[in-house]
Design a protein around this ligand. Structure first.
Ligand code: AMP
Length: 203
């Protein structure tokens, strides 16, 4: 079994997945705003879904207000629903959700999930599995504001204990309680380079 590791390259961009709603606590909005400021201050470009709704709009606004760069990626169908952010210098309109996710993933050096719903979970889990399969070598982290992701973290630990996830692959999902802590972890993380299939270790 190969145990080599591959270090995450210098982060120039982070794709942020987050709710198209604000959630019911101010701390979620504050975290989105703080993350945007921290990224802009470090010269890290925000890649995101291109919306002006919920935490998505908030993180984009805060990067722009702090003088940072934002690239939005949105399918035409959502632009038509008028939820596109009109203040972005770079809004890329694509044909489908699949094209959107693919372009966002290719533009980003790392990924962060702020609190969000089904869309956030779906997008984040996909890029984690691409790291797990070695399709890309990019760090992924949960911004665990107010313990929002505690139950997901418990599930991942359970699935690891039950041997559906390798411990090396469990470590792909980084967790930070603050934007600064998580950005630091993403930039330091070394991607494990082991294959996914536990029962093929002896081959
Ligand atoms: P949510 O976390 O459900 O509020 O979703 C956040 C954002 O994720 C939404 O505004 C959509 O732009 C995006 N989204 C939702 N479902 C999907 C999906 N299946 N594929 C790609 N993006 C999605």
């Amino acid at each position: 079994m190969r145990q080599l590791t591959q270090k995450n390259e210098l982060m120039k961009s982070i794709c942020v997945y987050c709710g198209s709603n604000f959630g019911n606590r101010n701390s979620y909005l504050e975290a989105a705003q703080s993350l945007g400021v921290q990224m802009a201050e470090r010269g890290i470009t925000l890649i995101y879904g291109g919306g002006n709704v919920g935490l998505m709009g908030a993180v984009a606004d805060s990067v722009l207000a702090a003088g940072g760069k934002v690239i939005g990626v949105m399918p035409q169908a959502l632009v038509d629903k008028e939820i596109a952010h009109t203040g972005l210098s770079d809004l890329r309109v694509v044909g489908s959700m699949h094209e959107r996710k693919s372009l966002m993933a290719s533009l980003a050096d790392a990924f962060i999930a702020l609190p969000g719903g089904l869309g956030t979970l779906e997008e984040f889990c996909e890029v984690v599995t691409w790291t797990q399969l070695g399709f890309h070598h990019k760090a992924c982290g949960l911004l665990n504001i107010n313990g929002f992701y505690n139950r997901l973290i418990s599930f991942l630990n359970h699935a690891t204990q039950e041997q559906f996830i390798r411990s090396q692959h469990r470590s792909i999902v980084l967790v930070g309680e603050t934007p600064v802590e998580l950005i630091e972890k993403l930039s330091q993380f070394e991607i494990p380079n082991v294959h996914k299939w536990i029962d093929r270790d002896q081959e």
